[in-house]
Write a new protein. Structure first.
Length: 384
């Protein structure tokens, strides 16, 4: 490491903090862009603000109309200015960027036949597939209605209790058949059948509420609330950060907005660090081994970024897998192009996971709900 290069932790912290400022202004900044910006800061350093500015514009901006907001955020965050344009910046031509004026002249000389185009789209369909990190305030209002309509059916299992059936291939109900035979002078003219009943399994949701999951925590909490509404007595919700927080009571309210506000107040380490291994150890010791995880379907919603010991995370995931019926891991970063589970926490946990699915959009949460409702379909969502 050269003297001008910042430590990797410092570059990552600065990148995450600046991304939060941009998101507060309504800019869509996905996690993969923050990672690219952090890598650029690690290579370029933090001293030269011109390099930092263009590194941010190259990695964090998605739309040309966000340039003014980006400039204001850069002035306030990196230069300490309350408002105004960014001063003394390198011209785009020196970095090999095409001049906007020349581009406009090329558009003026284009044939007029290429000007009129009609594009049709469905806003709800785009909202279903869009990453939660790219949502604006209006998108969150529409997504709240769609998440409230989402139905999460709990997984089921065969029970030892038997119920009446009409299929001859099922088990013969001798007691009921005998009672029916009394009506016909002891002749079993009518026969009754019974089959094992189906009972819902317990569903346990472990939500990562650390700083790296800030863009997805709101949607995942609404998903957890939909699961609580579907089966209040058979669903448990916990928050994972630097500690473990039980949110079952807070999310049991019928009003989703009131439930989310109560859950946010109950979590003291919201948008803080991540210690997945310690949180899972607390869950296994206090709740899982005492019966909550036995025969249950446990869903971990996290990006796998962990500051704790990966060996501890792997050991606790192995213990959880022995207790639970199935373990599902939903990672919002899985949908990013070129994603590979290289984070230490994700790499340690993946061998003990039955299904590794996406969790970045409404469509991904719908697929997760379908995988929970029908265990036979889970093969479609397991990573190859």
């Amino acid at each position: 490491m050269t003297p001008t290069e910042p430590p990797p932790d410092q570059a990552a912290r600065m990148a995450v903090a600046f991304a939060r400022v941009l998101r507060g202004l309504g800019l869509a900044v996905p996690p993969d862009a923050v990672l690219a910006f952090a890598e650029a800061l690690g290579a370029l350093g933090l001293e030269d603000r011109q390099r930092v500015y263009w590194a941010g514009r190259a990695t964090l901006l998605r739309r040309p109309e966000d340039r003014d907001s980006y400039d204001r955020a850069f002035s306030a965050f990196w230069l300490g200015l309350a408002s105004g344009p960014v001063p003394v910046l390198v011209e785009p031509e020196t970095l090999g960027v095409e001049d906007d004026q020349d581009h406009e002249q090329d558009q003026d000389t284009a044939p007029e036949a290429q000007v009129n185009r009609v594009v049709r789209y469905s806003p709800h369909e785009q909202l279903l597939t869009r990453d939660f990190a790219e949502y604006g305030p209006a998108d969150w209002r529409d997504a709240a209605r769609l998440l409230a309509a989402l139905r999460v059916h709990p997984p089921t299992r065969r029970s030892r209790r038997l119920r009446a059936s009409r299929h001859r291939r099922d088990r013969l109900d001798l007691r009921r058949t005998t009672r029916l035979a009394l009506r016909s002078q002891g002749e079993p003219l009518e026969r009754a059948w019974r089959t094992p009943s189906v009972t819902p399994r317990r569903l346990v949701l472990l939500l990562d509420v650390s700083g790296s999951m800030d863009a997805y925590a709101r949607a995942l909490l609404r998903f957890a609330h939909a699961a609580m509404v579907a089966r209040p007595g058979r669903t448990e919700v916990f928050a994972l950060g630097t500690r473990l927080t039980r949110l079952t009571k807070e999310l049991s309210r019928k009003d989703p907005d009131a439930a989310l506000q109560a859950a946010a107040r109950a979590v003291p380490d919201w948008s803080g660090g991540t210690r997945l291994g310690e949180g899972l150890a607390t869950f296994n010791r206090r709740y899982g081994a005492r019966g909550m995880a036995r025969g249950a379907v446990v869903v971990v919603l996290s990006d796998g970024w962990d500051r704790g010991d990966p060996a501890q995370l792997g050991a606790e995931m192995a213990r959880l897998r022995r207790l639970a019926h199935r373990v599902v891991w939903a990672n919002p970063l899985k949908a990013s192009p070129g994603f590979a589970p290289l984070a230490r926490g994700m790499a340690a946990a993946l061998p003990h996971v039955d299904a590794f699915v996406e969790g970045h959009s409404l469509r991904a949460l719908e697929q997760l709900a379908a995988a929970l409702a029908d265990p036979d379909d889970r093969r479609r969502y397991v990573a190859k």
